[in-house]
Write a protein of this length. Structure first.
Lengths: 363, 292
């Protein structure tokens, strides 16, 4: 890629040439360290590290000592205060009586070895086990919903741009604005009330949860089918909630590309309309949107908490709400770190994909 | 109206008025927003706010006495609907004000001063933007449980500014290269004056659009928090109505449906109105978007 750019010598590139040669003289380790991909990975690690620290110190800044809060809950079950404090203390990944730096170090070591202690409110379950049992469902439903919404949204957005200011465009624009404006949890409610109660297309009570009782997890058709059956409403909600935004963004992006000279040239060369739409217009219109896909992922994870609560889908939203309601500090810390890591990884993947697709942004 | 649309826009507000009324959808949006505002802020003066619980008419149907039936406590749904709009809308506006104020000041300073401040602020936004703001908000709100409407708007304002700050910064970066800023700098007018008197007024329309978007986001967040039961149930409130209706499975009982559907419709109308308004405004203020 780089050689292609260097081969064409327009004036602006000439100024970069000396610095490019200077790069080549740098020792290999330094060049690897400064490689654009590694820079992004370094940034991602820093973000996760900072967020982990924030959650650690947030737990201390909260009103009330976490141990007291936990012990208070345990004494309600008839325990003495010493017993309760001992149990509460042992469930943390670090020793609460040790000096602060020692606690901090233990917390970080726990984080590195993916041992975040035991949950308070789920006896015998570690933080990682609890998250592992709920998070996949959220990622699954959001992931499928996003893929469907973005593919459909991009396709419809292109159609709108080609037919702009015609009837179809006006109808779709209004529809997209309306869908983008309605909060996702209200969309979920409309689906349940409209589709479930009035039109009676499905039984919303039966659709609750992530899996029907008695269905064993495994790579069987029954399990996959049942998982999709229960995830159908959340997925449909996510699709409806985000497709409007993507339609409008893609329409704007495509409209811009359509006015580019190379598209006119492609038409002048007599290329097939279909080929122009896919290889010339579509690819270049999608390019600037890749980075936005990653950002939208973080917003989606947050919005999923509301949707899962409304639809009684047993994902990470309910777990977070439990942790918040029962002041389950270890679980809360774990959730914050893990959810953020998921978003960071998604961002990183999009960043790397983007710099692969568009080498211009590497600097 | 004709005077302002034909004559050149008089200042920022003229431009905003023109932007909203120039397309049908923008005008419909404005009408929706104004009617919901009137319903929620003028309506309370016109209804009897004394709305007692009545065990003899639980989940009452629509009637002349109860226009939208009664709820699970026998309270009149219509009265609750009239009284319930003030709080979410109020929280939305205050939260949006806080968000926009923080974003404009920090974004302006970062974009204009650059250097270390800019670098530091970018790092901060990088990190805060990765934590889903809903998650952050839930955690903060649940720990400080004495959440009054003002606290709620403060929390929402404090967690949602990074996105806007970034785009304000980008705008300032391009604006500061323009001639009028150079002229002001040659006159040695001082950084604060150049930034707040010369640069920022040039993006007033953009800031206004983002203020409205911030209102919709804040309303989304506050109603969502009511839905999760994380806020105290003090006054009548659309979010609380929806939560109570949903938790009592109002959707299973046809005559209970108005208690659920009425506040949902109000919130949707308000959000749709705001969004269509901003879209029309965006196209007016940004000529490049006009044929899109």
């Amino acid at each position: 890629m780089a050689t292609e750019i260097a081969a064409s010598p327009p004036p602006p590139e000439a100024g970069n040439a000396p610095s490019a040669r200077a790069d080549a003289r740098e020792p290999l380790p330094l060049r690897i360290w400064r490689h654009h991909a590694l820079v992004k990975v370094r940034k991602a690690v820093v973000v996760v590290f900072v967020v982990a620290n924030v959650t650690f110190f947030l737990g201390r800044a909260m009103p009330g000592d976490p141990i007291d809060v936990m012990a208070g809950r345990l004494t309600q079950g008839g325990m003495t205060i010493e017993e309760a404090r001992a149990i509460a203390a042992s469930s943390l990944a670090y020793d609460p009586d040790a000096p602060l730096y020692q606690q901090w170090w233990d917390f970080l070591v726990g984080l590195a070895t993916l041992d975040m202690g035991m949950t308070i409110n789920r006896p015998g379950q570690s933080v990682m086990e609890a998250i592992g049992a709920y998070l996949p469902w959220t990622l699954f439903s959001i992931g499928v919903g996003t893929v469907i919404a973005i593919s459909l949204g991009l396709a419809l957005g292109m159609v709108m741009a080609y037919r702009r200011n015609r009837f179809l465009d006006h109808v779709f624009s209004v529809l997209a604005s309306v869908l983008g404006a309605v909060p996702n949890y209200l969309i979920a409610m409309v689906l349940v009330v409209g589709g479930g109660m009035y039109l009676e297309w499905f039984n919303p009570i039966d659709l609750r949860g992530t899996i029907s009782p008695g269905v064993a997890p495994g790579p069987t058709a029954e399990f996959v089918g049942d998982a999709l059956y229960h995830a159908a409403l959340p997925i449909l909600t996510y699709v409806l909630a985000i497709i409007g935004t993507w339609m409008l963004i893609m329409k704007a992006s495509t409209t811009e590309v359509l006015s580019e000279d190379y598209v006119t040239v492609a038409y002048a060369r007599g290329l097939h309309d279909r080929r122009i739409a896919l290889s010339y217009v579509g690819r270049n219109a999608v390019l600037p949107l890749v980075a936005q896909i990653a950002i939208s992922f973080g917003t989606l994870v947050g919005g999923a908490i509301f949707v899962e609560q409304v639809l009684v889908y047993k994902g990470v939203g309910g777990l977070l709400l439990d942790a918040v309601n029962y002041r389950d500090y270890p679980l809360l810390q774990g959730l914050l770190v893990i959810i953020t890591s998921c978003v960071v990884i998604a961002n990183l993947a999009a960043d790397l994909l983007y710099s692969r697709l568009d080498p211009r942004i590497r600097n | 109206m004709t005077a302002t649309t034909t004559a050149p826009a008089a200042g920022v507000w003229g431009a905003i008025w023109q932007g909203v009324t120039r397309s049908t959808s923008g005008f419909v949006g404005l009408c929706l927003v104004l009617s919901v505002l009137a319903f929620s802020f003028v309506g309370p003066f016109l209804v009897d706010s004394h709305n007692p619980t009545d065990v003899t008419s639980i989940w009452g149907p629509i009637s002349a006495e109860h226009w939208l039936g009664t709820n699970h406590e026998g309270k009149d749904t219509f009265v609750q609907l009239v009284l319930g709009g003030r709080e979410p809308i109020w929280v939305g506006f205050v939260a949006a004000l806080i968000t926009v104020a923080i974003a404009v000041v920090l974004g302006g300073v970062a974009g204009y001063v650059r250097g270390r401040v800019d670098h530091f602020l970018l790092q901060v936004t990088d990190i805060t933007m990765t934590i889903p703001f809903i998650v952050l908000m839930l955690v903060i709100a649940s720990f400080y449980r004495t959440a009054s409407p003002l606290t709620v708007s403060l929390i929402i304002g404090l967690v949602t500014w990074p996105y806007l700050m970034r785009s304000i910064r980008a705008q300032v970066l391009t604006l500061k290269e323009r001639e009028f800023v150079e002229a002001a700098r040659i006159q040695d007018l001082g950084t604060a004056r150049i930034l707040f008197v010369e640069v920022l007024p040039n993006m007033a329309g953009y800031v206004f659009i983002n203020f409205i978007i911030a209102v919709t986001n804040a309303i989304y967040a506050v109603v969502g928090m009511y839905l999760l039961g994380l806020l105290p149930s003090t006054a009548d409130n659309w979010g609380l109505m929806i939560q109570q209706a949903w938790d009592n499975n109002a959707f299973l009982l046809p005559r209970a449906a108005p208690f659920l559907i009425a506040p949902m419709v109000m919130i949707m109308l308000f959000q749709i109105g705001l969004v269509t308004m901003t879209r029309s405004l965006e196209q007016a203020l940004n000529p490049r978007l006009r044929d899109r």
